[in-house]
Design a protein around this ligand. Structure first.
Ligand SMILES: [Zn+2]
Ligand SMILES: [Zn+2]
Length: 238
């Protein structure tokens, strides 16, 4: 659950801004003191809700047993092969994702340890959704998560994408506006040769960001794109 974490690695991480989390060691969720240097106590770790039932074969949204693809994927072509997330963006998992976005690097390690088994064996590159050019600060959660996944799997990390213009937050927009907002906002840094790419992000919401990034990769010559996120928002079960 917390693989490859040696004390020296954790101390190195502490120097990069998780000091408050580690000294004294307290659970990030409930604040209980812990004997070991871990971001979560065993009880909160078990509280992480992961997808257990049937999922849309394309976007990974929960579906009823026996259903192949969800209503949205039935009408909208997706430029990626599939998308998967650990679980729904709520409860403990949501708090962990938000904490990771705010700079808790230890949480990127924890979440990558849980996500690593989702990586397809034949993936050749791990890439990530790039930050908005207007964003301040050096920590970018999607990149941090991708970096940890690369370290755990040995699949090379490459910053294949760049966001070429700043866009308003997707949250404030309706469906059509989301698409228009991001259309052409991402481009590949190099030409692809059919490599199969895992695209990492922190959270999958409507899938517009994943779709626009995938379009940029495919049109640059990369092969199949598979999307991996820590969490994803869910509608009513399809
Ligand atoms: Zn706890
Ligand atoms: Zn779907």
């Amino acid at each position: 659950m917390w693989p490859n974490s040696s004390l020296s690695e954790l101390l190195r991480a502490a120097g990069k801004g998780v000091t408050a989390l580690l000294f004294p060691p307290r659970c990030f969720i409930c604040g209980t003191s812990q004997a070991e240097l871990r971001p979560l106590c065993p009880r909160c770790l078990e509280e992480i809700e992961v997808f257990a039932g049937a999922l849309c074969a394309i976007c990974g949204h929960p579906v009823k047993e026996g259903v192949d693809i969800c209503r949205e994927c039935a009408v909208e072509p997706r430029p990626y092969a599939w998308a998967r997330a650990l679980g729904p963006h709520r409860g403990v998992l949501r708090v962990l994702v938000l904490g990771m976005k705010e700079g808790e690097r230890a949480l990127a390690r924890l979440l990558s340890g849980l996500l690593v088994s989702f990586l397809p064996r034949d993936a050749e590159i791990i890439a990530y959704v790039p930050p908005d050019p207007g964003r301040k600060g050096t920590w970018h959660a999607a990149e941090g998560l991708a970096r940890e996944l690369s370290r755990l799997s040995g699949i090379p990390l490459e910053g294949l994408l760049v966001k070429t213009r700043s866009t308003p937050p997707q949250v404030s927009l309706g469906y059509e506006e989301r698409r228009a907002n991001l259309e052409g906002a991402f481009s590949a840094r190099r030409v692809g040769r059919g490599e199969r790419v895992v695209l990492v992000d922190d959270v999958y919401t409507t899938g517009t960001t994943a779709a626009e990034c995938s379009r940029a990769l495919v049109s640059a010559g990369f092969g199949e794109v598979m999307v991996l996120t820590a969490s994803r928002t869910v509608r009513h079960e399809d």
